[in-house]
Design a protein around this ligand. Structure first.
Ligand code: CAA
Length: 259
Protein backbone atom coordinates (compact mmCIF):
# COMPACT_ATOMS: atom_id res chain seq x y z
CA UNK A 1 0.00 0.00 0.00
CA UNK A 2 1.41 3.42 -0.96
CA UNK A 3 -0.79 5.43 1.40
CA UNK A 4 -2.82 7.05 -1.36
CA UNK A 5 -5.90 5.59 0.33
CA UNK A 6 -6.25 5.53 4.12
CA UNK A 7 -8.43 3.09 6.03
CA UNK A 8 -9.63 3.75 9.55
CA UNK A 9 -12.22 1.96 11.64
CA UNK A 10 -14.12 4.07 14.17
CA UNK A 11 -16.29 1.67 16.17
CA UNK A 12 -18.61 0.14 13.58
CA UNK A 13 -17.88 2.66 10.81
CA UNK A 14 -15.06 2.40 8.25
CA UNK A 15 -13.62 5.69 7.02
CA UNK A 16 -11.83 5.48 3.68
CA UNK A 17 -9.86 8.61 2.75
CA UNK A 18 -8.52 9.54 -0.69
CA UNK A 19 -5.12 10.74 0.35
CA UNK A 20 -3.13 12.76 -2.19
CA UNK A 21 -4.01 16.23 -0.90
CA UNK A 22 -1.01 17.88 -2.62
CA UNK A 23 -2.69 17.16 -5.99
CA UNK A 24 -6.30 17.59 -4.78
CA UNK A 25 -6.61 13.81 -4.31
CA UNK A 26 -6.21 13.16 -8.03
CA UNK A 27 -6.74 9.49 -8.77
CA UNK A 28 -3.56 7.77 -9.95
CA UNK A 29 -2.87 4.08 -10.59
CA UNK A 30 -2.05 3.40 -6.94
CA UNK A 31 -5.28 5.00 -5.72
CA UNK A 32 -7.24 3.03 -8.31
CA UNK A 33 -5.80 -0.22 -7.04
CA UNK A 34 -5.92 0.63 -3.32
CA UNK A 35 -9.49 1.88 -3.18
CA UNK A 36 -11.10 -1.50 -3.94
CA UNK A 37 -8.74 -3.12 -1.41
CA UNK A 38 -9.96 -0.71 1.30
CA UNK A 39 -13.62 -1.18 0.35
CA UNK A 40 -13.22 -4.97 0.33
CA UNK A 41 -11.58 -4.82 3.78
CA UNK A 42 -14.60 -2.86 5.07
CA UNK A 43 -17.01 -5.26 3.38
CA UNK A 44 -15.34 -8.30 4.95
CA UNK A 45 -15.00 -6.84 8.46
CA UNK A 46 -18.06 -8.11 10.36
CA UNK A 47 -17.86 -5.20 12.81
CA UNK A 48 -18.23 -2.57 10.07
CA UNK A 49 -21.83 -1.50 9.45
CA UNK A 50 -21.32 1.54 7.22
CA UNK A 51 -18.56 3.05 5.08
CA UNK A 52 -17.69 6.74 4.70
CA UNK A 53 -15.55 7.95 1.79
CA UNK A 54 -13.88 11.32 2.00
CA UNK A 55 -10.90 13.33 0.73
CA UNK A 56 -7.82 14.41 2.68
CA UNK A 57 -6.93 18.08 3.02
CA UNK A 58 -8.97 21.23 2.81
CA UNK A 59 -9.50 21.61 -0.93
CA UNK A 60 -10.99 18.52 -2.51
CA UNK A 61 -12.87 15.29 -2.28
CA UNK A 62 -11.03 14.53 -5.53
CA UNK A 63 -10.21 16.57 -8.64
CA UNK A 64 -10.56 13.44 -10.77
CA UNK A 65 -8.18 11.23 -12.65
CA UNK A 66 -4.52 12.20 -12.46
CA UNK A 67 -4.18 14.07 -15.73
CA UNK A 68 -0.39 13.85 -15.50
CA UNK A 69 -0.72 10.08 -16.05
CA UNK A 70 -2.66 10.59 -19.29
CA UNK A 71 -0.68 9.26 -22.23
CA UNK A 72 1.63 7.31 -19.93
CA UNK A 73 0.56 4.02 -21.52
CA UNK A 74 2.45 3.27 -24.68
CA UNK A 75 0.52 0.23 -25.94
CA UNK A 76 -3.14 -0.69 -26.32
CA UNK A 77 -2.71 -3.67 -23.99
CA UNK A 78 -1.37 -1.39 -21.22
CA UNK A 79 -4.24 1.00 -21.85
CA UNK A 80 -6.74 -1.85 -21.68
CA UNK A 81 -5.29 -3.07 -18.36
CA UNK A 82 -5.51 0.49 -16.97
CA UNK A 83 -9.11 0.87 -18.17
CA UNK A 84 -10.14 -2.39 -16.52
CA UNK A 85 -8.82 -0.89 -13.32
CA UNK A 86 -11.56 1.71 -13.73
CA UNK A 87 -14.15 -0.88 -12.69
CA UNK A 88 -13.04 -0.01 -9.13
CA UNK A 89 -16.32 1.81 -8.67
CA UNK A 90 -18.22 -1.44 -9.23
CA UNK A 91 -16.62 -2.81 -6.05
CA UNK A 92 -17.79 0.29 -4.22
CA UNK A 93 -21.31 0.18 -5.61
CA UNK A 94 -21.76 -3.52 -5.00
CA UNK A 95 -20.70 -3.51 -1.36
CA UNK A 96 -23.58 -4.75 0.80
CA UNK A 97 -22.95 -2.05 3.43
CA UNK A 98 -24.28 1.51 3.16
CA UNK A 99 -21.76 3.95 1.71
CA UNK A 100 -21.65 7.69 2.31
CA UNK A 101 -19.54 10.19 0.36
CA UNK A 102 -18.54 13.14 2.59
CA UNK A 103 -17.59 15.82 0.08
CA UNK A 104 -15.73 19.07 0.55
CA UNK A 105 -14.21 21.20 -2.19
CA UNK A 106 -13.64 19.94 -5.73
CA UNK A 107 -15.51 16.80 -6.70
CA UNK A 108 -14.66 16.44 -10.37
CA UNK A 109 -14.45 13.80 -13.07
CA UNK A 110 -13.39 10.46 -11.63
CA UNK A 111 -13.83 11.95 -8.13
CA UNK A 112 -17.49 12.62 -8.79
CA UNK A 113 -17.77 9.13 -10.29
CA UNK A 114 -16.61 7.67 -6.97
CA UNK A 115 -19.22 9.75 -5.14
CA UNK A 116 -21.90 8.62 -7.62
CA UNK A 117 -21.17 4.99 -6.74
CA UNK A 118 -21.97 5.73 -3.08
CA UNK A 119 -25.47 5.37 -1.63
CA UNK A 120 -25.59 8.85 -0.11
CA UNK A 121 -23.73 12.11 -0.76
CA UNK A 122 -23.40 14.82 1.87
CA UNK A 123 -21.38 17.92 1.05
CA UNK A 124 -20.06 21.13 2.51
CA UNK A 125 -21.34 24.46 1.20
CA UNK A 126 -17.90 24.99 -0.37
CA UNK A 127 -18.13 22.07 -2.79
CA UNK A 128 -18.03 22.09 -6.59
CA UNK A 129 -19.09 19.34 -8.95
CA UNK A 130 -18.39 18.60 -12.61
CA UNK A 131 -17.79 15.89 -15.15
CA UNK A 132 -15.34 17.93 -17.29
CA UNK A 133 -14.14 14.98 -19.40
CA UNK A 134 -15.40 16.25 -22.78
CA UNK A 135 -13.18 19.29 -22.33
CA UNK A 136 -10.23 16.88 -22.25
CA UNK A 137 -11.34 14.96 -25.34
CA UNK A 138 -12.67 11.97 -23.37
CA UNK A 139 -15.97 10.96 -21.77
CA UNK A 140 -16.70 9.97 -18.17
CA UNK A 141 -15.43 6.40 -18.20
CA UNK A 142 -15.79 5.22 -14.61
CA UNK A 143 -19.57 5.06 -14.52
CA UNK A 144 -20.47 8.75 -14.86
CA UNK A 145 -22.57 8.47 -18.02
CA UNK A 146 -24.60 5.66 -16.45
CA UNK A 147 -24.86 6.59 -12.78
CA UNK A 148 -25.41 10.34 -13.07
CA UNK A 149 -28.68 10.11 -15.09
CA UNK A 150 -29.94 7.43 -12.70
CA UNK A 151 -29.45 9.88 -9.80
CA UNK A 152 -30.37 13.29 -11.23
CA UNK A 153 -32.39 12.34 -14.33
CA UNK A 154 -31.60 12.56 -18.03
CA UNK A 155 -31.88 16.33 -18.51
CA UNK A 156 -29.56 17.40 -15.70
CA UNK A 157 -27.11 14.59 -16.52
CA UNK A 158 -26.86 15.48 -20.20
CA UNK A 159 -26.44 19.15 -19.36
CA UNK A 160 -23.54 18.40 -17.01
CA UNK A 161 -21.88 15.75 -19.19
CA UNK A 162 -22.14 17.61 -22.51
CA UNK A 163 -21.08 20.99 -21.14
CA UNK A 164 -18.53 19.84 -18.59
CA UNK A 165 -19.71 22.83 -16.56
CA UNK A 166 -18.96 23.14 -12.89
CA UNK A 167 -21.88 23.60 -10.48
CA UNK A 168 -21.77 24.74 -6.89
CA UNK A 169 -23.11 22.99 -3.83
CA UNK A 170 -26.54 24.62 -3.82
CA UNK A 171 -27.12 23.72 -7.49
CA UNK A 172 -26.04 20.16 -6.68
CA UNK A 173 -28.57 20.03 -3.86
CA UNK A 174 -31.27 21.42 -6.12
CA UNK A 175 -30.87 18.66 -8.72
CA UNK A 176 -30.57 15.90 -6.09
CA UNK A 177 -26.91 15.20 -6.75
CA UNK A 178 -26.29 15.57 -3.02
CA UNK A 179 -28.75 14.91 -0.22
CA UNK A 180 -27.61 17.44 2.33
CA UNK A 181 -25.39 20.52 2.64
CA UNK A 182 -23.61 21.37 5.87
CA UNK A 183 -20.71 23.52 7.01
CA UNK A 184 -17.19 22.18 6.60
CA UNK A 185 -17.01 21.63 10.38
CA UNK A 186 -20.26 19.65 10.37
CA UNK A 187 -19.33 17.45 7.42
CA UNK A 188 -17.76 14.45 9.17
CA UNK A 189 -20.12 14.61 12.19
CA UNK A 190 -23.05 14.58 9.73
CA UNK A 191 -21.60 11.65 7.76
CA UNK A 192 -20.95 9.80 11.02
CA UNK A 193 -24.51 10.50 12.19
CA UNK A 194 -25.85 8.96 8.96
CA UNK A 195 -23.50 6.02 9.44
CA UNK A 196 -24.80 5.47 13.00
CA UNK A 197 -28.35 5.62 11.74
CA UNK A 198 -27.54 2.92 9.18
CA UNK A 199 -25.52 0.93 11.73
CA UNK A 200 -28.56 0.73 14.01
CA UNK A 201 -30.56 -1.15 11.36
CA UNK A 202 -30.36 -4.90 10.71
CA UNK A 203 -27.35 -5.53 8.42
CA UNK A 204 -29.04 -8.16 6.25
CA UNK A 205 -32.11 -5.97 5.82
CA UNK A 206 -29.85 -3.12 4.68
CA UNK A 207 -27.97 -5.38 2.28
CA UNK A 208 -31.16 -6.80 0.79
CA UNK A 209 -32.85 -3.40 0.56
CA UNK A 210 -29.83 -2.07 -1.30
CA UNK A 211 -29.81 -5.09 -3.61
CA UNK A 212 -33.52 -4.74 -4.33
CA UNK A 213 -33.20 -1.04 -5.19
CA UNK A 214 -30.04 -1.34 -7.28
CA UNK A 215 -31.02 -4.53 -9.18
CA UNK A 216 -34.59 -3.37 -9.59
CA UNK A 217 -33.52 -0.16 -11.33
CA UNK A 218 -32.25 -2.20 -14.27
CA UNK A 219 -35.35 -4.39 -14.51
CA UNK A 220 -38.91 -4.00 -15.76
CA UNK A 221 -41.25 -3.29 -12.81
CA UNK A 222 -42.72 -6.77 -12.73
CA UNK A 223 -39.29 -8.43 -12.49
CA UNK A 224 -38.12 -5.86 -9.96
CA UNK A 225 -41.13 -6.65 -7.78
CA UNK A 226 -40.22 -10.35 -7.97
CA UNK A 227 -36.67 -9.58 -6.81
CA UNK A 228 -38.11 -7.54 -3.94
CA UNK A 229 -40.50 -10.34 -3.01
CA UNK A 230 -37.75 -12.99 -3.03
CA UNK A 231 -35.45 -10.91 -0.86
CA UNK A 232 -38.27 -9.97 1.54
CA UNK A 233 -39.17 -13.66 1.85
CA UNK A 234 -35.57 -14.64 2.61
CA UNK A 235 -35.50 -12.17 5.49
CA UNK A 236 -38.55 -13.75 7.13
CA UNK A 237 -36.38 -16.59 8.42
CA UNK A 238 -33.65 -14.46 9.98
CA UNK A 239 -32.87 -14.08 13.68
CA UNK A 240 -32.75 -10.32 13.20
CA UNK A 241 -36.32 -10.23 11.98
CA UNK A 242 -37.44 -12.00 15.20
CA UNK A 243 -35.21 -9.68 17.24
CA UNK A 244 -36.74 -6.57 15.61
CA UNK A 245 -40.26 -7.63 16.55
CA UNK A 246 -39.21 -8.76 20.06
CA UNK A 247 -37.44 -5.46 20.75
CA UNK A 248 -40.51 -3.53 19.64
CA UNK A 249 -42.71 -5.59 21.98
CA UNK A 250 -40.25 -5.20 24.90
CA UNK A 251 -39.80 -1.46 24.22
CA UNK A 252 -36.02 -1.79 23.97
CA UNK A 253 -33.38 -1.20 21.31
CA UNK A 254 -32.84 -4.23 19.06
CA UNK A 255 -29.48 -5.97 19.04
CA UNK A 256 -28.90 -7.16 15.48
CA UNK A 257 -26.34 -9.82 14.62
CA UNK A 258 -26.60 -9.93 10.86
CA UNK A 259 -28.12 -13.41 10.63
N1 CAA B 1 -4.62 15.50 -12.07
C1 CAA B 1 -3.37 15.75 -11.69
N2 CAA B 1 -3.02 16.79 -10.90
C2 CAA B 1 -4.00 17.61 -10.50
C3 CAA B 1 -5.35 17.41 -10.86
C4 CAA B 1 -5.65 16.28 -11.68
N3 CAA B 1 -6.91 15.97 -12.02
N4 CAA B 1 -6.09 18.40 -10.32
C5 CAA B 1 -5.25 19.18 -9.63
N5 CAA B 1 -3.99 18.71 -9.73
C6 CAA B 1 -2.77 19.27 -9.13
C7 CAA B 1 -2.27 20.49 -9.86
O1 CAA B 1 -1.48 20.10 -10.96
C8 CAA B 1 -1.47 21.15 -8.76
O2 CAA B 1 -0.26 20.49 -8.57
P1 CAA B 1 1.13 21.25 -8.87
O3 CAA B 1 1.15 22.40 -7.91
O4 CAA B 1 2.17 20.21 -8.58
O5 CAA B 1 1.07 21.67 -10.30
C9 CAA B 1 -2.29 20.89 -7.51
O6 CAA B 1 -3.09 19.75 -7.82
C10 CAA B 1 -3.22 22.04 -7.13
O7 CAA B 1 -4.05 22.32 -8.24
P2 CAA B 1 -4.11 23.76 -8.95
O8 CAA B 1 -2.85 24.50 -8.74
O9 CAA B 1 -4.54 23.53 -10.36
O10 CAA B 1 -5.26 24.43 -8.09
P3 CAA B 1 -6.29 25.56 -8.60
O11 CAA B 1 -7.00 26.02 -7.39
O12 CAA B 1 -5.61 26.57 -9.44
O13 CAA B 1 -7.31 24.77 -9.56
C11 CAA B 1 -8.79 22.96 -10.21
C12 CAA B 1 -8.11 23.72 -9.03
C13 CAA B 1 -9.79 23.89 -10.90
C14 CAA B 1 -9.51 21.75 -9.61
C15 CAA B 1 -7.71 22.54 -11.23
O14 CAA B 1 -6.67 21.88 -10.53
C16 CAA B 1 -8.20 21.60 -12.29
O15 CAA B 1 -8.87 22.02 -13.23
N6 CAA B 1 -7.89 20.28 -12.16
C17 CAA B 1 -8.29 19.30 -13.15
C18 CAA B 1 -9.75 18.93 -12.99
C19 CAA B 1 -10.19 17.96 -14.06
O16 CAA B 1 -10.24 18.25 -15.24
N7 CAA B 1 -10.55 16.71 -13.61
C20 CAA B 1 -11.05 15.70 -14.49
C21 CAA B 1 -9.95 14.75 -14.90
S1 CAA B 1 -10.55 13.58 -16.10
C22 CAA B 1 -11.32 12.41 -15.20
O17 CAA B 1 -11.39 12.45 -14.00
C23 CAA B 1 -11.98 11.30 -15.95
C24 CAA B 1 -11.43 9.97 -15.67
O18 CAA B 1 -11.71 9.33 -14.65
C25 CAA B 1 -10.55 9.37 -16.70
Amino acid sequence: MSGSVLFERRDDVAIVTLNRPEVLNAIDASMRSELPVAITAAERDPVVRAIILTGAGDRAFSAGADIKEFGAYTSLTETRAARQGRRWNDVLESTTKPTIAAIHGFCLGGGLEIALACDLRVASHESFFALPEVKLGIIPGAGGTQRLPRIVGLGHALRLILSGERIDASAALQIGLVSELVTRAELMPTALAWASKFAAAAPLALAYAKEAVRRGLDLPLDEGLKVENDLATLLLGTDDRAEGAAAFRDRRKPVYRGR
